[in-house]
Design a protein around this ligand. Structure first.
Ligand code: S3P
Length: 170
């Protein structure tokens, strides 16, 4: 196992936890959205506007395919686990943790975010449907499901770190 992937819906804490995990385990941390934005020189809304969601999805797969083979933590975008190809790459090249939240918590965190095109173009009901539809696919991609409700970022980080260290020491 080389890479550690964090998957889950927008606003489930992937980036905040990934950053902490990187610090705790002394591993480099990458946020896929940030990396893609840096590589293209565009923001995520600009990429959606210029290339469409399909174009962005291709960039995500390219990122996963071309990423150097190194020990690291990767916070994925919330749609990455929707493609079978991506799920296969993640499971083959690393350990995948699914951060599970309630829609209520998610909505509270993302409803006013202007940098998430899917939030911008969807109603609360549409997002809730998407949240439920995606759940199965997050579960299919993950080696571990991590409950985040009523747990602090540090508690979640400690839990994930303990699972990684346990596997590494076996
Ligand atoms: C998306 C999630 C976003 C980003 C893009 C699309 C999605 O990442 O990749 O806006 O389809 O769920 P976060 O999960 O980091 O917000």
């Amino acid at each position: 196992m080389k890479r550690v992937y964090l998957v889950g819906f927008m606003g489930s804490g992937k980036s905040a936890i990934g950053k902490r995990l990187g610090t705790l385990l002394n591993l480099p941390f990458y946020d896929m959205d940030t990396e893609i934005a840096n590589q293209t020189g565009m923001t995520i809304p600009q990429i959606f506007e210029t290339y469409g969601e399909e174009g962005f999805r291709e960039m995500e797969t390219e990122f996963l395919c071309n990423f150097p083979d190194e020990y690291c933590i990767i916070a994925t975008g919330g749609g990455v686990a929707m493609k079978e190809e991506n799920r296969k790459i993640m499971r083959r090249t690393g350990l995948v943790f699914y951060l599970n939240s309630t829609f209520r918590d998610i909505w509270r965190r993302i409803s006013t975010d202007v940098n998430r095109p899917i939030v911008q173009r969807s109603s609360r009901n549409e997002l809730e449907k998407l949240f439920h539809n995606r759940k199965q696919l997050y579960l299919q991609s993950a080696h571990f499901k991590v409950e985040t409700t009523n747990r602090t970022l540090n508690e979640i980080t400690q839990y994930i770190a303990s699972q990684i260290l346990r596997l590494r020491n076996n």
